[in-house]
Ligand binder design. Structure first.
Ligand code: ZN
Length: 211
């Protein structure tokens, strides 16, 4: 069975938004190797089922490279909200050293592959996404990864996406982090905007995530 996936379809932020001085200072500690230069990797090809409530899953073949989380993303182990999420019983340095990331060709953003215990990120998004957007998305997905470790179903079809408890928790934490970066309500709303949500769902997402 292909386990559920948690997709973060956060829209790319435009270049002139968001990065104020405070955010820049906080994000200085975060390094992202966008081009995967000098990184050990192996190729992967596997089929994946994309499903959304009320529609039949679509089977796609994903291609890309498997890399180590710490080879691509560094600095996340020092983010207090990340450490708090994993708690004192999980050593994030050890966890992140083992964590793999599938960098896939094609459209999309970041999500957790529950079946293979890894994060997945679109190559295009990794190369071109705004740093602040990538940062908040990775935090969001790390929350999902912790939920996955705790045995929670990240794709619980009993709930609408914007009301799903695992999503609400991940969005609340990423929004809290966005506020810490100094993002205002408008910038947070722009970050959270996803074109496939109805107006009503988007409103609910903003409310549920304390945006
Ligand atoms: Zn999510």
């Amino acid at each position: 069975m292909v386990a559920g996936i948690a997709i973060s379809f956060n829209s790319l932020l435009t270049n002139n938004s968001v990065l104020n001085g405070k955010a820049k200072a906080l994000l200085k500690k975060i390094k992202i190797n966008r081009k995967l230069e000098g990184i050990k990797s192996r190729a992967f090809h596997h089929s994946h089922e994309w499903g959304r409530k009320g529609s039949a899953p679509t089977k796609i073949i994903l291609h890309g490279r498997i890399v180590s989380f710490t080879d691509v993303f560094s600095g996340f182990e020092g983010v207090s909200i990340v450490k708090r999420t994993f708690g004192k019983h999980v050593n994030v340095n050890v966890l992140f050293a083992k964590l793999k990331v599938g960098v896939f060709d094609g459209p999309g953003y970041v999500w957790v592959d529950e079946e293979r215990d890894r994060l997945m990120i679109s190559k295009k998004y990794l190369e071109n996404g705004m740093l602040v957007s990538l940062y908040l998305d990775v935090i969001h997905e790390l929350i999902h990864f912790k939920q996955h470790i705790d045995g929670k179903d990240l794709w619980d079809e009993r709930y609408d996406y914007v009301d799903r408890p695992t999503e609400v928790e991940a969005y609340r934490i990423s929004v809290k982090e966005a506020k810490r970066l100094g993002m205002n309500k408008k910038e947070i709303a722009r970050y959270l905007y996803m074109k496939w949500l109805t107006k009503e769902q988007f409103k609910r997402l903003l409310k549920n995530s304390n945006a």
